[in-house]
Design a protein around this ligand. Structure first.
Ligand code: C2E
Ligand code: CA
Ligand code: CA
Length: 699
């Protein structure tokens, strides 16, 4: 027996030891003098009893009992004292002391029976706690049995035949448990899962503990439930050695949830299409299959033209609806075996598993274009959408999925450079041509400015009512030393990307203003119509844009209305709107270029006072071809009327187009039908002759 004496006088331990030894008890007594020693002693070993030495306060007793309880020690605490105050005794007992001994006089003799009583009590309490724990265990087991009453419990013979099936078969599988006997259990397992279930039974029969297998079971043909079956050796006495007991639980709901999570990980939530990860996986598999079977596959990389504009002008929700509708059309337009995926904001990829020749892929790209051609009704507005498509082919040459997709992406960017709705087949030199010469171009463009290789041409804009020139557009040209004259499409992208567009634009405006003031001096101000100057968003976005524009005009002695600005809505940053607003307020006409292609950005029209809208070239050239272009043109004209803006048409190449535009009520027109962009001298001559064009409309 081990007794700890906690606190008390210096000789407290010796007193207790002597007393117990006199009684002939084999007791080891340890004396801990202060709380630190007590803590250490209690932490070190277990004690059969703890005695609170003489002089302990009620608080000491409470601390000691609390300590024992915290450590879940069953040792009883007995309080020692001399001529103990009954109030203190009461308090000590209430604090959890098991007993007390008043050692005054020959009171020490009472210690022995007190110790015995206390240890008995402690033992009884420990026994009770053990019983409670056992009961809790029993209860847990009982609950388990009760809960698994809904499970299907079966007993299988060593040969795998089912000897017993619980009645729950009725509600789990909708058939009597008798049906599962013999081969019935395995017959009810889905054929694709039968081998795994059989293997689990065999492992359990061989003694493996708790083998778990998740599988389908037939309710009726075509109606499966997902079951998790736990197989283990049957309890002793239940069947011969090697018998197996299975407990199967319906986990259909959990399984559905898991499937859903797996689906989410591999699909785009907005469109429900496979995402990039799943697409790459399918492509990798297709490439592996290709090695075996020799053939060609194609990847189409699609990017919606001007999607940014749609998002910005109609709002994200509208953009989302448009993407979902695009996805649906893509899927509907392709064969069931082709994978369509959404791999980025407005980027889609298509995997064509089996193409015989490149032209097949081109035909699919055409079908995609057709599928997107019909207007998308978004918030009551018909939005017209096209996509740039890059195509990459892979033949069994061990290409990696990443390479094929990158090639298609490169081709798509190339297609985009050529305008809207184009397609381009990747060829290895597309890659090179796309990146390296671009760098060269950048360096050359720097020098072009310094060496004065840039030019401005002027193209008349004609009133469809009078046939007179009412304006002109300044267009940038580059007299390249080796490649000859270049159109803006060849270098504007680089200029915009590198920021060179800002000094170029400044140069152009200065040079146009110089020409205009010269002509005004020669021919008189009335003979020189306003000249349109194009401005990219990069030119307008910087803080000084409006001030610099005004200063340039002023330095040439021109009024604000002598130059008008043409801007595209697409991707126009907020900073640009500020500059445009400032200029418009100062009297410079601002026209929206290429309006009508892409989304109709009604929201932006009210932001600043505008002067004109222009119908883009593609729409004009579609006139007379189908009804769509005429519908767009009519809408833009009606919109212009409603807002009190003038409407201009670009790229008018034929008399028929001019007549139709006139009939639609379009105000101004520009195009090869009237005049090509002309060098300054030729344009000045034209100005001087003040020609009158035939517009198809009686003047
Ligand atoms: P834009 O503003 O839409 O200019 C009209 C384009 O249509 C010009 O092409 C013009 O030459 C062309 N065009 C005019 N009539 C016809 C026609 O009957 N048939 C055909 N097929 N085309 C016609 P260009 O000069 O190649 O300019 C292309 C674009 O480059 C312009 O489109 C404009 O956005 C931009 N750009 C031109 N000059 C500048 C400039 O100085 N600064 C900036 N930032 N952009 C410019
Ligand atoms: Ca323009
Ligand atoms: Ca234009």
């Amino acid at each position: 027996m081990a007794v700890l004496v906690a606190g008390g006088r210096q000789d407290e331990g010796e007193n207790v030891a002597r007393m117990l030894a006199a009684a002939g008890l084999p007791v080891r007594v340890t004396h801990a003098c202060d709380r630190a020693e007590i803590l250490q002693a209690i932490g070190e070993r277990s004690w059969d009893a703890v005695l609170a030495g003489r002089g302990a306060t009620a608080a000491d007793v409470r601390w000691l009992v609390g300590l024992l309880r915290d450590r879940t020690l069953a040792a009883p605490c007995i309080v020692l004292g001399e001529t103990l105050d009954p109030a203190f005794v009461q308090e000590a007992l209430r604090a959890g002391a098991a007993d007390w001994v008043d050692v005054a006089g020959d009171g020490w003799v009472a210690l022995l029976p007190a110790l015995e009583r206390a240890t008995q009590l402690a033992e009884a309490q420990a026994a009770l706690r053990r019983a409670e724990a056992r009961w809790a265990e029993t209860e847990r087991l009982y609950r388990m049995v009760a809960e698994s009453a809904g499970d299907l419990v079966c007993l299988h013979r060593p040969d795998g035949a089912c000897a017993f099936a619980s009645p729950s078969a009725a509600w789990l599988l909708g058939r009597p448990s008798e049906d599962l006997k013999g081969t019935g259990f395995l017959d009810a397992v889905h054929p694709e899962d039968a081998a795994r279930v059989q293997a689990a039974l065999r492992r359990a029969a061989a003694g493996e503990d708790a083998v778990s297998v998740t599988h389908r079971m037939r309710r009726r043909p075509g109606d499966d439930v997902w079951m998790q079956t736990l197989a283990q050796a049957a309890p002793p006495g239940l069947g011969p050695a090697g018998a197996v007991q299975t407990t199967s639980r319906d986990v259909s709901e959990r399984h559905a949830l898991q499937e859903q999570i797996a689906h989410l990980a591999l699909h785009d939530p907005l469109t429900g299409l496979p995402n990039r990860a799943l697409f790459m996986d399918r492509l990798s598999h297709a490439l592996t299959r290709l090695k075996r079977r020799k053939g060609t596959l194609a990847v189409l990389f699609l990017d919606i033209d001007g999607f940014q504009l749609i998002n910005e002008s109609l709002g994200r929700a509208a953009g989302d609806r448009l993407l979902a509708e695009t996805a649906a059309r893509l899927q509907a337009g392709l064969r069931p075996g082709d994978t369509v995926a959404r791999v980025g904001g407005d980027e889609f990829t298509v995997l064509l598993d089996d193409v015989r020749e490149p032209r097949d892929a081109g035909r699919v790209a055409d079908r995609v274009a057709e599928a997107l051609a019909a207007p998308f009704p978004v918030d009551g507005i018909d939005v017209f959408v096209s996509a740039s498509v890059g195509i990459a082919l892979a033949a069994a040459r061990g290409e990696l999925a990443e390479d094929v997709v990158r090639n298609a992406d490169v081709a798509m960017r190339r297609a985009k450079q050529r305008g809207r709705g184009q397609q381009e087949l990747f060829t290895p030199d597309v890659h090179g041509a796309g990146s390296h010469p671009r760098l060269e171009l950048e360096g050359e463009l720097h020098r072009a400015l310094e060496r004065g290789e840039l030019r401005v041409h002027f193209q008349p804009i004609v009133s469809l009512a009078s046939g007179r020139m009412v304006a002109a557009e300044a267009l940038l040209r580059w007299e390249h030393p080796t490649r000859g004259p270049l159109l803006p499409d060849a270098f504007l992208g680089v200029a915009e990307d590198t920021g060179l567009i800002v000094p170029i634009g400044r140069w152009l405006l200065d040079s146009v203003c110089g020409q205009v003031s010269g002509w005004r001096a020669h021919l008189g101000p009335a003979a020189v119509p306003p000249i349109g100057v194009n401005a990219s968003s990069g030119e307008l976005a910087h803080a000084q844009a409006a001030a610099q524009f005004a200063a340039t005009l002023a330095s040439h002695g021109l009024p604000p209305a002598a130059i008008r600005l043409e801007v595209r809505l697409a991707g126009l940053p907020d900073g640009a709107w500020a500059a445009l607003g400032e200029l418009a307020a100062a009297g410079t006409p601002v026209a929206l270029d290429d309006f009508g292609g892409g989304a109709t950005a009604l929201g932006d029209l009210g932001r600043i006072p505008l002067h004109a809208l222009s119908i883009d070239r593609a729409t004009v050239q579609g006139l007379g071809v189908g009804r769509e272009a005429a519908a767009i043109a009519r809408t833009v004209v009606a919109l212009g009327r409603a807002l009190g803006l003038s409407v201009a048409a670009e790229g008018v190449e034929t008399e028929v187009q001019a007549a139709e535009l006139a009939a639609l009520g379009c105000d101004e027109a520009q195009g090869h039908h009237f005049a090509r962009p002309l060098p300054p001298d030729a344009f000045a001559a034209l100005l001087a002759s003040a020609p009158r064009w035939h517009t198809g409309r009686p003047a």
